[in-house]
Design a protein around this ligand. Structure first.
Ligand code: ADP
Ligand code: MG
Length: 621
């Protein structure tokens, strides 16, 4: 029993413990993915060795035939997955299979709710790697020898919170994983079952996968060709779908497949997918696209800025012949060829989106709902593709309650002499549609775009025009709805009105003091008595509030208080000889109302409540 002498016991860290609990105790509906996960790890390990061998050929000189084998043994009830990839040292066994290192699993943990049913679905969506082997195995043994090392180690666990490590005499390069199957998972001893799972999830794996049954019979299970190198006509929809699922770890079908061989300034092949569902890590802070970069069919990295953040919903593979294989991942970051590939991909994706939006708006809507907000981030970055992005943007609008519109639609409907694209931002479409700010526009038949994504606040600060039309928020007060072509008579009318209201506006200004910047007779209100606005050039109201919430601004600016000269209440006040406490109360209520509608805090909420109660008493009692 010399082996036990150097055996050490280790505890899984707490997060792994949580995952294992879920794996073992949650009723899991798709056990098959354990095999996909282990094969994908083997394939990663082979990719890693292939990559390292470029600069250090000695690492793989003992065996150049990269391969993965799956063996079953009826008698022992085991299934064994072996690869001749990079392998793991003792420390790597402890760290990689004892803690949670990788982003996928980490993100999974962040989303765990504690509700077993929901969490089980989550596992299905994420696939949480190595630990999924405990769904089918009562014990897992990993034997591994790192390429170039003369030591081998064995890792073993029953999935019960701890694992052991001891030295081993495994004499091959790479990793062997032996699963002792649970009573309810013996189906994975069956060749047909295994073959089915491999074909479904792992057919594209570039190393050959061989099945060896209890009698030693061998069978090849996958086509092991890089799918993207085939021509489109040789690839079925089914193959594209399966490849997408494998490469993205998503369970949906792709919304769009972009498979192109590019021959121009740079040669490269892209097989990219736009998912039909939001990937779980879409809003992960790293904002990276999970697109794999290959050079001449050798996997290089996923961690490279090949796809701009605003297209990070893309999944898939880019393979180029024009990059040198021995380039380090670090120098790739600033590589000119890579930069060209990036531009070509952006162009292609945007032009495909444009085609789709023009030819099939219904389908395009599904994309836009998932990823429109992400795509609009690209507008904030400025850059040469801004107009292309604007062209594929779809917005809600006062023109139509159901359909979204494009800027081109908007421009085609502009009024005679209108040179501005008007918009209003807000938290929800519902409240936007009810905003008093819209009244004057709607009554004059001027269309207003309704922006309710967070990112809209930002890009409107960067993009001030499109096709020589100004893009402008209607909360700016200076919008001249009469278009400056007033007749003499109308001008006189306006002067008269102003005069009639002078007493009231002066009084309001002295009553509300610093809470407001000024009082203005509104041109845009028709139904509502009052609203808030900001001076020309000032920050949009919602943008300011956002910055306040983010503590990037210390205090808000005073707003312009617009009053509607056509409104009965305003006229009632204007006709007063003098103003008493009752009138002041009314003015304050009107102001607080305008704040509330705009989502601004009221000055003194309890005073407001008291006022309203007083008015209600008068009305009802
Ligand atoms: P992920 O693959 O997302 O990193 P896993 O849980 O599947 O997460 O695997 C954890 C880590 O264990 C891998 O990142 C890798 O470092 C290591 N690993 C797992 N299987 C193998 C293998 N067959 N060969 C070498 N390393 C492996
Ligand atoms: Mg993995």
């Amino acid at each position: 029993m010399t082996e036990t002498i150097n055996e050490t016991k280790h505890q899984f860290n707490a997060e792994v413990g949580k995952i294992l609990q879920l794996m073992i105790h949650s009723l899991y509906t798709n056990k098959d993915i354990f095999l996909r996960e282990l094969i994908s790890n083997s394939s990663d390990a082979i990719d890693k060795l292939r990559y390292l061998s470029i600069t250090n050929p000695d690492l793989s000189k003992d065996d150049h035939n990269y391969k993965i084998t799956i063996e079953t043994n009826e008698q022992d009830g085991t299934i064994t997955i072996t690869d001749n990839g990079i392998g793991m040292s003792k420390d790597e066994l402890i760290n990689n299979l004892g803690t949670i290192a990788k982003s996928g699993t980490q993100a999974f943990l962040e989303q765990i709710t504690g509700d077993a049913k929901k969490d089980t679905q989550l596992i299905g969506q994420f696939g949480v790697g190595f630990y999924s082997s405990f769904m089918v195995a009562e014990s897992v043994t990993v034997k591994s020898r790192r390429a170039g090392s003369d030591e081998a180690w064995e890792w073993k666990s029953l999935g019960d919170g701890e694992f052991t490590i001891k030295e081993d005499n495994y004499d091959k390069r790479g990793t062997k994983i032996i699963l002792k199957l649970r009573e309810n998972s013996k189906e994975y001893l069956d060749r047909h079952r295994v073959s089915y799972v491999v074909k479904t999830y792992s057919d594209h794996i570039s190393a050959p996968i061989t099945f060896i049954d209890s009698e030693g019979k061998e069978e090849n299970l996958n086509s092991s060709s890089a799918l993207w190198t085939k021509s489109k006509s040789e690839i079925s929809d089914e193959e594209y779908k399966n490849f997408y699922k494998a490469v993205s770890h998503q369970f949906d079908d792709p919304w769009m497949v972009l498979h192109n061989r590019n021959e121009g300034l740079v040669e490269f092949t892209n097989l990219l997918f736009i998912p039909s569902r939001k990937p779980f890590d879409l809003f992960h802070p790293d904002r990276m696209a999970r697109v794999k970069l290959y050079i001449k069919k050798v996997f290089i990295t996923e961690q490279v800025e090949l796809i701009p953040a605003y297209l990070r919903f893309l999944r898939g593979v880019v393979d180029s012949q024009d990059l040198p294989l021995n380039i380090s991942r670090e120098t790739l970051q600033h590589n000119a060829v890579l930069e060209k590939i990036k531009r070509a991909i952006i162009k292609r994706v945007l032009s495909e989106l444009k085609k789709k939006a023009e030819n099939n708006l219904e389908e395009y809507k599904a994309f836009w709902e998932n990823f429109g907000a992400v795509l609009k981030e690209g507008l904030c970055e400025g850059g040469e593709f801004r107009d292309d992005i604007l062209e594929v943007c779809r917005f809600n609008s006062t023109h139509d309650n159901e359909q979204t519109v494009s800027l081109a639609d908007y421009i085609s409907r502009m009024k005679e002499g209108q040179n501005t694209i008007y918009y209003l931002t807000g938290d929800s479409l519902e409240s936007l549609r009810k905003s008093p700010q819209l009244e004057g526009f709607v009554s004059r038949g001027i269309e207003v775009l309704l922006f309710n994504d967070h990112v809209d606040e930002f890009w409107v600060n960067v993009v001030q025009e499109y096709k020589e039309k100004e893009i402008k928020s209607i909360t700016r007060s200076e919008i001249d709805l009469e278009n400056n072509n007033l007749s003499e008579e109308a001008k006189k009318d306006e002067e008269d009105t102003k005069e009639r209201f002078t007493k009231l506006t002066n009084h309001i200004k002295s009553l509300l003091g610093d809470s407001i910047k000024e009082v203005k007779l509104s041109k845009k209100l028709t139904e509502s008595p009052t609203c808030l606005s900001v001076p020309e050039g000032a920050m949009d109201i919602r943008m300011e509030r956002f910055l306040l919430e983010q503590k990037q601004l210390n205090s808000g600016s005073a707003k312009i208080f617009e009053i509607n000269p056509k409104h009965d209440i305003i006229n009632y006040l204007a006709n007063k000889e003098s103003f008493g406490p009752e009138d002041d109360m009314l003015i304050k209520i009107l102001f607080d109302q305008a704040c509330i509608v705009e989502g601004e805090p009221v000055n003194d909420a309890s005073e407001f409540a008291n006022f309203v109660t007083n008015v209600l008493k008068k009305a009802y009692l």
